[in-house]
Design a protein around this ligand. Structure first.
Ligand SMILES: [Fe+2]
Length: 281
């Protein structure tokens, strides 16, 4: 049973635009405090009393949104309660309005794939995803925002069917959507479909969070979501097109490799703010 709190979004005011938080760059983040509206905390990196004490300091300095990678919501197993208890400590410290996770399978009981795999697109899989999302929303007491992932191997010939599956899950659970614009762009390029047709199948009024990142293209022409490069003009263009269709609460620029001077990232944050919050936030 989904709680009422899990369906109603508790904050109406946008957080704005920001960056994924890097602990090793805490001083630089502080130096750029006025240019960063919000930071995204990767919950799985903050488990343990020592980390949580540091997290309290970050949450006092910045508005925070919380993201995770370990739930395997599309996996056959239930989400472990002890894992959810650790996540709850992080979301409580951050006073999180929602928790974002990937619509993906990373492990099933006894087997870890080591990376994000897309959900199987059938009714049994939808039932399992619904059960897991309901469980997490009840345990955390806040809504989930599910993220579209990139994939190399499709679960079917119709790539837009993945959007319909996503929409059914949102409808069944009352959860929200994290639209990763770069992931949408990459899937559309790698699998030859129109990104806005994918978006047309989603309940765009449920998009509360945006990810933007720069990727690479291999010698065979495959696009990779590497989070290692400057955001390309094609992705900025798609971002502008998505901004006409949704009103997110926060936009996060993701960068995990090939880390530049923070000033360069803050410029991308400013550009994303102009696109998604043209009236200010
Ligand atoms: Fe993302």
């Amino acid at each position: 049973m989904v709680s009422k709190k899990a369906i109603d979004f508790p904050h109406t005011r946008p957080y704005g635009a920001g960056l994924g938080y890097r602990r090793e760059l805490s001083q630089e983040f502080t130096m750029h405090r006025k240019e960063i509206d919000v930071v995204e905390i990767l919950a799985d990196q903050w488990f343990g009393d020592g980390s949580l004490a540091h997290l309290r300091e970050v949450a006092e300095e910045f508005p925070t949104v919380v993201h995770g990678v370990g739930m395997s919501l599309a996996g056959a197993g239930r989400v472990p309660e002890d894992y959810l208890a650790e996540i709850r400590k992080v979301t409580d410290i951050c006073d999180a309005a929602y928790y974002s996770e990937h619509l993906a399978m990373t492990h099933v009981p006894g087997l870890d794939s080591g990376h994000l795999c897309p959900p199987v697109l059938n009714e049994e899989s939808l039932r399992i995803c619904t059960r897991n999302v309901d469980q997490v929303q009840s345990a955390l007491g806040i809504p989930l925002a599910l993220e579209n992932i990139t994939y190399s191997v499709s679960m079917g010939a119709d790539h837009l069917a993945a959007a319909s599956f996503f929409a059914e899950l949102v409808k069944a659970t009352g959860c929200f959507i994290l639209l990763d614009v770069t992931n949408l762009y990459i899937n559309a390029k790698n699998h030859s479909f129109a990104p806005l047709q994918y978006l047309d199948r989603l309940p765009t009024d449920r998009i509360v969070h945006i990810h933007l990142a720069g990727g690479v293209v291999t010698s065979t022409g495959k696009h990779i979501d590497s989070h290692s490069e400057t955001i390309s003009n094609d992705i900025w263009q798609l971002a502008a097109e998505t901004a006409e269709r949704c009103s997110p609460k926060s936009v996060i620029v993701e960068r995990d490799q090939n880390f530049p001077d923070l000033h360069a990232l803050v410029e991308e944050v400013a550009r994303s703010r102009d696109i998604y919050f043209p009236q200010g936030c």
